[in-house]
Write a protein that binds this ligand. Structure first.
Ligand SMILES: [Cu+2]
Length: 68
């Protein structure tokens, strides 16, 4: 199990939190995802045999936010 915290730009409200948490949460192998809106961070715990940090970043970017 891997734990990563990503810096994400563009998240500004509860809708953004929802969009990121639900899309990343749907990925296979992701066991938890939590957005910290104040810090602009997304913490994710995942099984790296089922998904990858790259795939998680792409999923966040597909929702319209920038991983920095
Ligand atoms: Cu928003």
């Amino acid at each position: 199990m891997m734990n990563e915290t990503l810096k994400v730009q563009g998240m500004s409200c509860a809708h953004c939190v929802n969009a990121v948490e639900s899309s990343v949460g749907e990925l296979q192998g992701v066991s938890s995802v939590k957005v910290d809106l104040g810090k602009g961070e997304v913490s994710v715990a995942y099984d790296n045999s089922k998904t990858s940090l790259n795939q998680i970043q792409e999923t966040i970017e597909d929702q319209g936010y920038d991983v920095v």
